[in-house]
Design a protein around this ligand. Structure first.
Ligand code: PEP
Length: 255
């Protein structure tokens, strides 16, 4: 049985005091949902404070990005060991905003995935098609292409530590959600590809989230889909009550 994982990507929001308050609320309000892995993903500057708040709770800490080198002359970058140092267990890799605004390529994503794994961080690897690609009938080709590129040279032992987040780009922050059935179909396809690349068992074990305008109002329907193991939540994760409702939907899905 795959444990649902609900992760809140706070993006570039929140000074330390706000992140502290939000993480405290999330830890308190989600405390009874032991069936779900809850992850909060604040900005780099708030990681240490948030870790202080959640370290003795069920909530796990994630970062929004990393660089693949260990240290050196890479102004502005943060290494995997630095993220471990401040208590991170997860790291988002290849978010569509990084691909779009910071020109990250599939090759970069693959380097980041491997660097994260080699330092004991669990990557949340984001893949998804744009609206143009969807309308051109390229969804499967794009999503599977990004998946294969991201997993290049990742071993069978390591791959189960990865969480894949299927996030159609056109659904992120737009209020438009893929229908739950459509998200389930694409995620099923991703799972089958992992089975082909690795094994039936690995495909059954790997957790695959949906992301894209998940809210308290649609989380139930999404989480009831058999292939969907969780959500990567942007906007709604900034409200502890809405985020907790999404965690509750995750808990209900395994009842
Ligand atoms: C995201 O940032 O990964 C995301 C899915 O954002 P939103 O929930 O706001 O669409």
């Amino acid at each position: 049985m795959r444990k649902p994982i609900i992760a809140g990507n706070w993006k570039m929001n929140g000074i330390i005091a706000e992140a502290e308050q939000l993480s405290r609320q999330v830890a308190e309000q989600t405390a009874t949902y032991n069936e779900v892995e809850v992850v909060v993903i604040p900005v780099f500057t708030a990681l240490t404070k948030v870790y202080d708040v959640i370290k003795d709770t069920h909530v796990r800490l994630g970062a929004q990005d990393l660089f693949w080198e260990e240290k050196g002359a890479y102004t502005g970058e943060v290494s995997p060991s630095m993220l471990r140092d401040v208590g991170c267990e997860y790291v988002v890799v290849g978010h569509s905003e990084r691909r779009q605004y910071f020109h990250e390529t599939d090759e970069d994503v693959n380097k980041k995935v491997k660097a994260a794994l080699s330092y004991g961080l669990k990557p949340i690897m984001c893949i998804g098609e744009t609206l143009e690609q969807r309308e051109a009938g390229l969804t499967e080709q794009v999503v599977i292409g990004q998946l294969q590129a991201g997993l290049r040279d990742v071993s069978t032992e390591e791959v189960e530590k990865i969480v894949v987040a299927y996030e159609p780009v056109w659904a992120i922050g737009t209020g438009r959600t893929a229908s739950a059935e459509e998200a389930n179909r694409v995620i099923g396809l991703i799972r089958n590809t992992v089975k082909k690349l690795y094994s039936e068992a690995v495909g059954e074990a790997i957790r695959i989230q949906y992301g894209g305008s998940v809210k308290d109002s649609n989380a139930d329907e999404i989480m009831q889909q058999p292939e969907i193991d969780g959500c990567l939540v942007g906007g709604a994760s900034l409200d502890a009550t809405a985020f907790t409702a999404i965690v509750a939907a995750g808990a209900k899905s395994v009842c």
